[in-house]
Design a binder for this molecule. Sequence first.
Ligand SMILES: Cc1cc2nc3c(=O)[nH]c(=O)nc-3n(C[C@H](O)[C@H](O)[C@H](O)COP(=O)(O)OP(=O)(O)OC[C@H]3O[C@@H](n4cnc5c(N)ncnc54)[C@H](O)[C@@H]3O)c2cc1C
Length: 387
Amino acid sequence: MDFELSKEQKMIKKEMSNFCKKELNKDYVHWMDEHVDFPPDELWQKFVDIGFFKYSIPEEYGGENLGIVDTMIAFEEICKASMSVGLALGVTTGFGTRFISELGNKEQKDQYLPLIAEGKLKTCMALTEPSGGTDILGSVKTEAEEKSDRWVVNGEKVFITGAHKSDYMMTFCKTEKDQKPTRSLSVLMIPSHLKGISITRIPKISCHHCDSVGITFNNVDVPKEYLIGTRGNGWYESLTVLNPERIGCAIMGVGLISAAYEDAFEYAKQRHAFGGPISRFQILQHYLADMYINLENSRNLTYKAAWLCDKGLPYHFEATMAKLVSSEGALHAGRYGAEIMGGYGICSEYPMQRYLRDAYQLQFSPISNEMSKNMLMQFQGLPKSWS
Ligand SMILES: Cc1cc2nc3c(=O)[nH]c(=O)nc-3n(C[C@H](O)[C@H](O)[C@H](O)COP(=O)(O)OP(=O)(O)OC[C@H]3O[C@@H](n4cnc5c(N)ncnc54)[C@H](O)[C@@H]3O)c2cc1C
């Protein structure tokens, strides 16, 4: 067993950490959280300039073909500075890059992957519908009806992260009405400028500078060439994209716990009560100890899942645990970090309240923690507890 990062990985960590200290400092992140619903173009361009969008793109399309462990190292630093920015970048690298490189045909890869590598395309994934995200197969009603050279799409999606800024929406549609749910879905890469698409804002407490929005498709004509993967097999094929998403969300929790721990630790050393720093109080030390243990556990599980994924080994169990443990650790870190800071913990001038708000989003997205536990025991061989 070797837990040490390679020389290249240490370099990724150091460079991204330095980049974030400069470009995602606390004042700027605070400003974004109060003023924008997506990271500004100038910031996006800075990520382009450091080659961020090339990371997971295959070399033949202008990328660096880095593995999941390497990209998670970079994401941990970004999410430590801002989970919203990590999320905004992740919906393009996770959904755009992965859908196209895993499921796309040669023309689609040739056309779109170099554009993503250059930071010229933004994407999102539109799966969830208003009637429920956990029972996803029972809920997808958005239909794509075949009409000679095109699909006609009608339906509604909710909570779609970054859709309001995306160029393409990787959209799950029912194309096979007569098939069982697992064989009824196809993924269409829908250009967002098409007539009949409307976006509705969903105000929420988490991730203010990366909105998740509602989308309505009203008789949207989508040319046939935008089908990604095999018609009717979208559910099974997209699991190669959806399962790594759990690792991506787990690393958001890791970054968030790390930030909350550091802030709370420093605050406790500086704040005085009863003639000395509050860091000498055992109960506050216990809060910090629990935060640190959660950080270590989440980080280890997340990188283990990423490592297994890179090795081509089964990783679903570990990815699901990582998402669960890190999201719960993140909520704990926001809660007890705020406790340590007393009244300042909930004041908007300090980031702790943002960590607490952002941590909530991880509890049920992309999969709820209740459903995660169902799956964990199903993986262990117990009877399936749902459906
Ligand atoms: C901020 C945000 C961003 C998101 N981004 C995206 C995105 O980019 N793309 C996308 O497609 N979706 C996205 N989602 C949707 C997300 O994946 C769903 O919210 C999630 O799957 C939960 O679905 P739901 O909110 O409809 O809750 P429901 O499915 O209605 O669940 C409600 C409650 O019932 C529980 N429950 C349901 N079934 C069971 C069961 N069998 N056993 C035990 N408990 C159960 C759940 O755990 C939960 O506690 C996002 C959601 C949010 C809030």
